[in-house]
Design a protein around this ligand. Sequence first.
Ligand code: KG4
Ligand code: ZN
Length: 337
Amino acid sequence: MGDEPLILGIETSCDETGLAVVRGTTVLSNVLASQVEAHARFGGVVPEVAARAHVEAIRSLTHRALAQAGVHQLDLDAIAATRGPGLAGALMVGFAYGKALAWGLDTPFLGVDHMEGHLFAPLLEDDTFGPPAIVLLVSGGHSQIVRMDDWGVYETVGSTIDDAAGEAFDKLARFLGLGFPGGPAIDRESEGGDPQAVSFPRALPDRPFDFSFSGLKTAVTTFVRERHAAGTLPPLADLAASIQEAIVDVLVSKTFNAAEAAGISTVGGGGGVVANRRLRVRMAEEAERRGVTLYLSSPALSTDNGAMIAAAGRFRFRQGERTPLGAEIDPSLRLGS
Ligand code: KG4
Ligand code: ZN
């Protein structure tokens, strides 16, 4: 542990400013400034608002992260910041700040792939997690099933052909009037609802590991309009639970089928949607049934945070990688393609 580097992780790809200090796989501090309230009245993330909020929060959050970890900025061995994918203006704030800090402290800098951050998150809670593994990465902007043959060696075996899983939650929640962000709202609303109340379509049965959620969106909107007009709309809890089940069903079955097809008995999961309670239960049941070892990041480390960026940065740092300070953000960075 003594020779483990001390890493500052900076996350600003979307609507959370996340700063964390990590040593090895131990999270010494992990602080967040959420912008949910700033965006809620618009019903979604407004890029300009996000970038400005990151600027306002980032310096004091850095001080808080260092203070909570009980370290000085001069103790840092490296600074890692999200390089992409994400909103350009938002990414630029954390990336430029990280580079400036690294320059000022004369400390190595690492630009990190946000999705690789999500992939490393389970390791912060259980350091037996590792390759070979099939990992489900499901966030608001991206959804993919990744085969990891070694740390840093990724192959995307499946991804969404339209909306990301989180996006599907967000759009359907908005349609149902449940507000923003939609994933947690549907998760909450589903409590006590019957997941079998309405059988919504499970997409792409003929493409084993790819997702599609646009058909579900159409099916739900058509169903709700027709039933509303007929005065036979089911209770909101049943609707929410049935929508959630349709999304979760596809994520679970495709992930475990990918593991089986690859002959891999470790499954991981990260990204905001992994905070979903129903997904966590169904993943655990399926892992048990198939004799697979499951590693899901906890809800707090599933949604965006700085610790996961520090964890991926640590790996890159120990590989001897360094990102030049002239590097730019890459909003369309793609893991394992
Ligand atoms: O990874 P993340 O925090 O940010 C991105 O990288 O996009 O993921 C955010 C997404 C949002 O779409 C949000 O609705 C979804 O994760 N999410 C959830 C839950 N918590 C967050 N979806 C379903 N159930 C949840 N409990
Ligand atoms: Zn994310």
